[in-house]
Design a binder for this molecule. Structure first.
Ligand SMILES: Nc1ncnc2c1ncn2[C@@H]1O[C@H](COP(=O)(O)OP(=O)(O)OP(=O)(O)O)[C@@H](O)[C@H]1O
Ligand SMILES: [Mg+2]
Length: 461
């Protein structure tokens, strides 16, 4: 019962019922008013006709010396189906008109003497039922002698509108049945995708990201929700795949140096490396591989923490010029040795609030790559510039360049063409750039060189 499948039709039905009840109430009122109006009109007509008849008979009875018949009220009552009363001076003395008599006080004589018909409701003497009535003045020779009153019981009105209301009730019932069917069908159409989505959500919660999702047909809110949900599951799928990949590659990368170290340790222990030179070589391999292992572990942890956003940044005022100079200095010796034209230029001297160590880490990483890929005698340039509220530190080289196909790939973890590279340098640099509120951009032309640019927001907090 808590399901939308039942609640929506229930709400709709209640709404339709309330609307039907209100309509019925108004309709009954209208019917009542209408049949009252019609009854009153009929009473007026009867009163006018009977009054005329009464007056004619009265005149004749006077003219023809009371030879004319009187006024046969019981017969007239039977013919009209109404009661006929008389109030006033009896014009047919000694003759039985059979008229019911009415107290004068019941009527509005001012109105009647003015020649008007009066309609009213009253309870005749000796009856506890209310009657609707029309009174017509009886005027002979300019004098008003009395009034003829024609009346019908009010209860009779009901017989006028009751059958009509009954028929209308039947029609409403038929309408209600159709509406109920329609509501049921519509709400099923509405709730079906929601229910399907809810089932899919259960499956996703249980870890099945390939759960089947309903196709949205109408492009409505439910359809949009379904589309967003589909995107979400796709992203989850992708994330899961990447996580698996990452783990696989990490374990593989870790195993390679461990295998090398173990091999050399075994060799040393079994005394296979006889002479001092071979022993030194083995120890050197072990040292290098241990370094590599330590670096790998540190980088993997860094990257994992950054991707999980569990990564704290220091915030301090940093003189970028000093920092860039420091990065520059670490490579001057290598540049000299390899005959690389190595330059550093400053187009600005900004001070920003950021994490200096992390900025240095990114720049050193970029320089490390530039020097790794620039041939001896090539060119590497480091620049610091400020523009439009952004700070840019760029590293350009005259290396082989990076083809369009590689431009995204090189930012993925463990993507490396360098023999001893881990392929973690650029992904970490990019994650760091994002964490610092900036970005890492790349421009490159194959055969000419590459230019990496770290962009950071200018300003202090
Ligand atoms: N300046 C560059 N010129 C040409 N190719 C580059 C340049 N910088 C990066 N690359 C390419 O991008 C790949 C990934 O670089 P990244 O710094 O992530 O890893 P790596 O340098 O191979 O390893 P690590 O930085 O961990 O020692 C490199 O192996 C290289 O193929
Ligand atoms: Mg690198």
């Amino acid at each position: 019962m808590r399901s939308l499948r039942y609640r929506i039709p229930a709400f709709f039905l209640v709404g339709v019922l309330v609307a039907a009840a209100i309509t019925a109430l108004f309709a009954v009122r209208l019917f009542q008013d209408d049949s009252r109006d019609r009854t009153l009109a009929e009473l007026r007509r009867q009163a006018a006709g009977l009054a005329l008849l009464y007056e004619e008979q009265a005149i004749r009875s006077v003219d023809e010396a009371r030879q004319a018949p009187g006024f046969a009220a019981p017969l007239l009552e039977e013919a009209t189906g109404s009661r006929i009363y008389y109030a006033g001076v009896e014009i047919f003395p000694g003759q039985k008109s059979g008229l019911r008599s009415l107290d004068r006080d019941v009527l509005d004589w001012q109105m009647l003497e003015a020649g008007n018909v009066e309609t009213f409701e009253f309870k005749p003497p000796g009856s506890d039922r209310a009657f609707l009535a029309a009174a017509h003045p009886i005027t002979v020779g300019g004098d008003t002698f009395g009034a003829l009153v024609v009346a019908k019981p009010r209860a009779q009105l009901r017989s006028g509108w009751l059958p009509l209301a009954g028929r209308m009730g039947l029609a409403s019932l038929a309408g209600l049945a159709v509406a109920a069917g329609l509501i049921w069908y519509l709400s099923r159409r509405l709730t079906k995708p929601v229910l399907a989505l809810s089932r899919a959500a259960d499956q996703v919660a249980a870890g099945n990201y390939d759960a089947e999702l309903p196709q949205s047909q109408f492009g409505d809110e439910v359809g949009q929700l379904t589309d967003h949900f589909r995107e979400m599951t796709q992203k989850l799928n992708e994330a899961q795949r990447r996580e698996r990949n990452f783990l696989m590659v990490v374990s593989h990368e870790l195993r390679t140096p461990v295998t090398a170290i173990r091999g050399h340790v075994e060799a040393l222990r079994e005394g296979l490396a006889e002479d001092a030179e071979a022993r030194d070589a083995s120890l050197e391999v072990i040292r290098a591989e241990t370094d590599r292992l330590a670096r790998l572990v540190r980088d993997v942890l860094d990257l994992a923490r950054m991707e999980a956003h569990q990564f704290t940044l220091e915030e301090e005022e940093v003189e970028l010029r000093r920092l860039v100079e420091q990065a520059y200095q670490s490579f001057t010796e290598e540049a000299r040795r390899r005959g690389i034209d190595y330059e550093c230029s400053f187009a600005a001297d900004p001070v920003i609030s950021t994490d200096g160590d992390r900025v240095l880490q990114v720049v050193s990483n970029l320089l490390d790559n530039a020097f790794a890929w620039t041939p001896d005698g090539g060119r590497v340039a480091l620049e610091l510039a400020a523009e439009n509220g952004k700070i840019a530190v760029s590293v350009s080289d005259s290396g082989p360049g990076i083809g369009p196909a590689e431009r995204e790939r090189i930012f993925r973890p463990f993507w490396s063409r360098a023999g001893d590279g881990t392929g973690l340098g650029l992904p970490i640099a990019r994650e760091l750039a994002h964490a610092l509120g900036g970005e890492l951009a790349l421009e490159s032309e194959v055969g000419k060189g590459s230019r990496f640019e770290l962009r950071l927001p200018a300003g202090r907090r």
